[in-house]
Design a protein around this ligand. Structure first.
Ligand code: FE2
Length: 283
């Protein structure tokens, strides 16, 4: 009896190792994670004003429509704990400040400034500020390059590639099939933690230094700090998904694959635009 149980345990461990290796090969070695052409180019700091604007507009559409996908994920979460985790991200996007510590000693939450508000903690008991909506942070980035409220964040501002990505997020990341959704979620978090925020920050810092001293980067630096916290949690999620009754590995991998494809379409869309908009630097 005991030896049978031991054998089962060993088999389960072996299965998990094989599953982890498979997901690893699929997600962590995906070209959009390891070698994002657009972001590599952007980080070189040669983007023109038109190219920076294009990034901000397309990113604002993704950022706003992501809220729709995050709401669906919250509604469709397979457990109360997961619906709360999902809700943390949702309402933080919408302006509830994490109840953590940063810049302690002053009323750092007052204006919801992303340069000052916490990137850790919980929204439970947190303060709501209109100014802490991530979209409003992006509006402030837009201001310094001449983009206003009417230029940002709406579906009508998205290219076909951007809208494909947003619609796939709602369909897969927000799916009511928990295996598909978790595969997508795992993929999205790995992509987000792989360094694209740093690449965008590097490019924007160069643009700021060269021609736009008033540019505010804190929307980007805040998200970069958050990703560092998120990355640590993703492997736990993999283990949790694997032991959920009825877990379907194929659906998980399908969700991850399709989601990464959509991420890639988004960045390739920007890459195509920057060539069209580009001057001398196509490198
Ligand atoms: Fe955000």
């Amino acid at each position: 009896m005991t030896s049978t149980m031991e054998q089962q345990r060993q088999r389960a461990e072996g299965d998990f190792e094989r599953f982890t290796a498979r997901v690893n090969a699929l997600v962590e070695r995906h070209p959009v994670v390891t070698d994002n052409r657009y972001c590599t180019w952007f980080a070189q700091g040669q983007a023109s004003a038109a190219q920076v604007k294009d990034l901000l507009v397309q990113f604002s559409v993704f950022s706003n429509l992501f809220i729709v996908a995050q709401l669906l994920k919250t509604i469709n979460a397979p457990s109360l704990a997961q619906s709360r985790q999902s809700c943390e991200i949702l309402v933080n996007e919408l302006g509830v400040i994490f109840n953590g510590t940063r810049a302690s000693g002053i009323d750092h939450d007052a204006a919801g400034d992303p340069a000052l508000v916490a990137t850790e903690g919980t929204v439970d008991g947190g303060t709501y500020r209109f100014g802490a909506r991530h979209f409003e942070w992006l509006l402030r980035v837009g201001e310094s390059v001449g983009l206003g409220f009417d230029d940002l964040g709406k579906r009508r501002h998205g290219t076909e590639a951007t809208l494909f990505f947003c619609d796939e997020l709602a369909r897969i990341y927000g799916s009511d099939d928990p295996d598909l959704a978790e595969g997508a979620s795992y993929a999205v978090e790995h992509w987000a933690a792989a360094g694209f925020w740093k690449q965008l920050i590097a490019g924007l810092e160069a643009y700021k230094a060269q021609q736009c001293p008033s540019l505010r980067l804190s929307f980007f630096t805040w998200h970069d700090r958050v990703e560092a916290n998120h990355a640590a949690h993703t492997d736990d999620e993999l283990a949790e998904a694997f032991v959920r009754p009825g877990f379907d590995e194929e659906r998980f991998c399908l969700g991850a694959t399709e989601m990464l494809h959509a991420v890639e379409v988004f960045w390739n869309g920007l890459d195509t635009n920057r060539v069209t908009l580009g001057g001398a630097h196509h490198g």
